[in-house]
Write a protein that binds this ligand. Sequence first.
Ligand SMILES: NC(=O)C1=CN([C@@H]2O[C@H](COP(=O)(O)OP(=O)(O)OC[C@H]3O[C@@H](n4cnc5c(N)ncnc54)[C@H](OP(=O)(O)O)[C@@H]3O)[C@@H](O)[C@H]2O)C=CC1
Ligand SMILES: Cc1cn([C@H]2C[C@H](O)[C@@H](COP(=O)(O)OP(=O)(O)O[C@H]3O[C@@H](C)C(=O)[C@@H](O)[C@H]3O)O2)c(=O)[nH]c1=O
Length: 296
Amino acid sequence: MSLLVFGAAGQLGRELAGMTSGRKLPAVLLARAEADIGDRRAVMAAVEKARPAVVVNAAAYTKVDKAEDEPAQAFRENRDGPALLAEICAAHGLPLIHVSTDYVFDGTKPAPYVETDPVAPLGVYGASKEAGEQAVRARLDRHVILRTAWVYGIHGNNFLKTMINLARSRESWGVVADQRGNPTATEDLAAAILAVAARAAEGTAGWGTYHFAGTGMATWHDFACEIVAAQAPVTGRTPDVRAITTAEYPTKAQRPANSCLDSGHFESVFGMKARPWRERTRDVVAALLAAAKREA
Ligand SMILES: NC(=O)C1=CN([C@@H]2O[C@H](COP(=O)(O)OP(=O)(O)OC[C@H]3O[C@@H](n4cnc5c(N)ncnc54)[C@H](OP(=O)(O)O)[C@@H]3O)[C@@H](O)[C@H]2O)C=CC1
Ligand SMILES: Cc1cn([C@H]2C[C@H](O)[C@@H](COP(=O)(O)OP(=O)(O)O[C@H]3O[C@@H](C)C(=O)[C@@H](O)[C@H]3O)O2)c(=O)[nH]c1=O
């Protein structure tokens, strides 16, 4: 099974690079500078050169607040890019694995969201990702859209790294305790994508839309407390992370109060689930601190 991955320089792209190389899977991974998913000629050339069995889109515009001021760019990267990928995959008879987000939901459902729940994004980022889902569905039957959430890992920028940095410099700060979701490690997400890709290459994937997110629910405050607790034994820093409300932490884009995803359908079709988020958080914090120590 050979893969062609777009968006290789992002946190998921870099995890996929490490995992495909560790498993010795043939894969071509292209960053934006090598292939912009909005550039028809670049995407066509990449597909024709790599001749993959499966295409993965890990490219996206992910700046949730900034998207409110840059809707054109967010829609270009999150709707038009995936549309082009799906069109080119259809022309070449290739399946596409595309990644989407919990922020397509408005958060008013009290229970975890299932795939058939109506979408109603609250901000430009969520709306642009939802438009990307629709664009893929409209152009390509052989697609798998994986909606995931609150992604973190050792690469790139994410909430976990922000909390580790705050723990270095602050004695106390507030984190919202009234938004809940499922923190998802890039390692679990990349493994899920490779499991889907293997089935897609055989032509036996259950095409369609799935939820795949970390096991267990958390508020951002729970997540922050776990991160801070995980770094404390190594750094000796025990800052106070205060539980605050969304109203006390105003942001340009509104986030869903509940964006928990029910990953049961994915598990029943693909036979795998993500590890509990607390375990994974500790692993990732340990890996980051060990890397920082090696570099010091
Ligand atoms: N991060 C999260 O918490 C969550 C992410 N997701 C989804 O998971 C997927 C992976 O996200 P993640 O790895 O975290 O995101 P990152 O922001 O870490 O990486 C996205 C990458 O895509 C690149 N990119 C953006 N536009 C283009 C383009 N037109 N052509 C090629 N590359 C482009 C970016 O490059 P550049 O840096 O140059 O912009 C960046 O390297 C996305 O679909 C995202 O929407 C879903 C839920 C949560
Ligand atoms: C840094 C920080 C954030 N917050 C709040 C703001 C926000 O409501 C929540 C999350 O913060 P962030 O802005 O870092 O995370 P955010 O960019 O909203 O994360 C989202 O990214 C996109 C790409 C997704 O697809 C989502 O699944 C989700 O992961 O925590 C605090 O309360 N205190 C803090 O110190």
